[in-house]
Design a protein around this ligand. Structure first.
Ligand SMILES: [Cu+2]
Length: 262
C-alpha cells in the first residue's frame, strides 16, 4: 500500500517538473508598452512556449478580445486576424490585431481564448490573458480589476517594472483572492520578432522559468532579474473545471515588461 502510494507521488512529482520546464503561455505581445503618443500598435497572440521557443499550439477563434481605457470597455473581436507564428519547433495558427490608441492613459487588453485541447495530458487549457500599454505616462487603469473569471491584479505598473526589483500581484477567482495559488513565470527568452511573426533564434538567459506559490492571501512577489517580457500564469485558478466532458485548467495570465534603470 505504502509502496503504491509512494510511486503515485513520484509520478505526480515528475508531471509537475515536466510542465514547469515547458509551460504553455498565451501571448498578447507588443514590443513597447510605454508610448509617448497614441497611434497604431499591433498585438501578436500565439499560444506557445516563450521560454524555449517551443511548440506553437493551433489556436481556435478567441471567445473575447477587448480593451479597457479609462474604465470604458471596447470590443475588439472584429479586429482579430489569423496569422501563423513560428518557433524553433514548428509553425502554428495564431492571431494578431492592429489597433489605434487614442488619448493618454492605460489600455488593458484582455484575451479569452477558446479552450485548447492538450492531447498529451487529455485536458483543456484556457488562459485568460491580460497585457497593458501606457501612453504619455498617465496612469489610469492598470490597478483596476477587469472582472474576469480569474485574473492577476497587479500591485505595480505592469509596463514599468524595474529589472532587479520585484513585481507583486494578487491572484483572483471571481474577484476573490486564491490562497496558495500555483504560479509559473517565464521569460520571453527568444525575443519575439513581431514583423516576422516568429521568435528570434538566440536565447538571452539560461534560466528562464520559475515556479512559486501565492501566500495565504493570494498575493505573490517575484524578484525580476532581467529586463524584457515576463509572463506570469496562475494555474487552474478559474471557476470552470470542465469543458466538453474533460478537465479544464482555467488559468490567469499577465504580461509585464521590465526595464533597466539608467
Ligand atoms: Cu504547450
Amino acid at each position: 500500500m505504502n509502496k503504491v502510494f509512494f510511486a503515485g507521488l513520484l509520478v505526480a512529482g515528475t508531471a509537475v517538473l515536466t510542465s514547469a520546464a515547458q509551460a504553455h503561455f498565451q501571448l498578447l505581445f507588443t514590443p513597447e508598452t510605454m508610448l509617448e503618443k497614441g497611434g497604431v500598435v499591433t498585438l501578436k497572440m500565439p499560444f506557445t512556449h516563450p521560454a524555449d521557443s517551443g511548440h506553437v499550439m493551433e489556436m481556435g477563434a478567441p471567445l473575447e478580445f477587448y480593451s479597457i481605457h479609462k474604465g470604458k470597455k471596447t470590443d475588439l473581436l472584429g479586429q482579430l486576424k489569423e496569422i501563423n507564428w513560428t518557433s524553433s519547433e514548428n509553425t502554428g495558427k495564431a492571431f494578431e490585431a492592429e489597433l489605434k490608441l487614442r488619448g493618454l492613459g492605460d489600455s488593458v487588453f484582455v484575451l479569452v481564448p477558446t479552450p485548447y485541447y492538450e492531447a498529451s495530458e487529455d485536458v483543456y487549457i484556457q488562459q485568460l490573458t491580460k497585457s497593458y500599454i501606457n501612453v504619455g505616462d498617465l496612469p489610469t487603469d492598470w490597478d483596476s480589476e477587469q472582472g474576469l473569471k480569474t485574473e492577476i491584479r497587479p500591485l505595480g505598473k505592469p509596463y514599468n517594472v524595474i529589472a532587479g526589483g520585484t513585481f507583486s500581484g494578487v491572484v483572483l477567482s471571481e474577484g476573490k483572492p486564491v490562497p496558495f495559488a500555483e504560479i509559473e513565470i517565464e521569460y520571453m527568452n527568444f525575443p519575439a520578432e513581431p514583423e516576422k511573426n516568429r521568435f528570434s533564434e538566440t536565447a538571452l538567459i539560461s534560466s528562464p522559468a520559475h515556479a512559486l506559490r501565492a501566500d495565504a492571501s493570494g498575493t505573490f512577489t517575484f524578484g525580476v532579474p532581467k529586463a524584457g517580457f515576463w509572463g506570469i500564469a496562475a494555474l487552474g485558478t478559474g471557476p470552470d473545471s470542465e469543458y466538453e466532458g474533460k478537465t479544464l485548467s482555467q488559468d490567469a495570465v499577465i504580461w509585464i515588461q521590465a526595464r533597466d534603470i539608467d
